[in-house]
Design a protein around this ligand. Sequence first.
Ligand code: ZN
Length: 247
Amino acid sequence: MEYILIFVFGMVLASFVNASMYRYENGYTLNAFVFKPSSCEKCNIQLKWYELIPVVSYVLFKGKHKDCGYGIPIYYSISEFLLGLTFVLYYYFNISLEIYVITLMLFSFVISDIWYKSIPATLTNIFLIISVLLNIFVGPFDIYVYIFWFSILGLIFLISRFKEVFGLGDGMVLVMTGIYFTPLISSLSYLLNFIYISGGILSVLLIFGLVKRKEYVPLIPLIYISFVVSTILEALSISIFSLMGIY
Ligand SMILES: [Zn+2]
């Protein structure tokens, strides 16, 4: 039962983030951002409460707005499902609460990277600060991990001045999530996971012609996958070690 609740909670949060990023990117004023009720992207008719329920409304109305027939991008439902699933996995593996917060921030970048092909610089700065503060006061703070990640950020900064392969924003997101992998060896395996996973996925996409060379490739979804996989692998290895009485 609690798994269903966690799943629904994740989906509702995802739906909230989807709407927030839409409003952020479309330059809503603060007042409208907070108080304007949700409406259809095409016809602007205000949505009924049951049309706001993630996935359910999608299935119920076959992915269309019932008043104007506007096809709601399936992407929304997929992203909501994914965050729900992530939270269920976290709950199962007893992942600590600050990781949920980091995941939620990371998730909002996934949305804007796929949808708007960029991540807002202001938000990147704010989230990096939140992440560092949370890490120092709550999370697993480790100075060597900081030295590691900020050196990598410096390196990315230097490289990005010559060749724009990996944006500074992507680097900041990597740092924002990386500082939660302590000790240093976990951070290293997170970075390796990211390299393997993104390398693997990108080559598959290239082979099947789903992305072209020199085309914009959103990297944040790849960081998201690597982050979740690394978090769960770490929890898994800790529970295996403790079973064997090592940890
Ligand atoms: Zn409509």
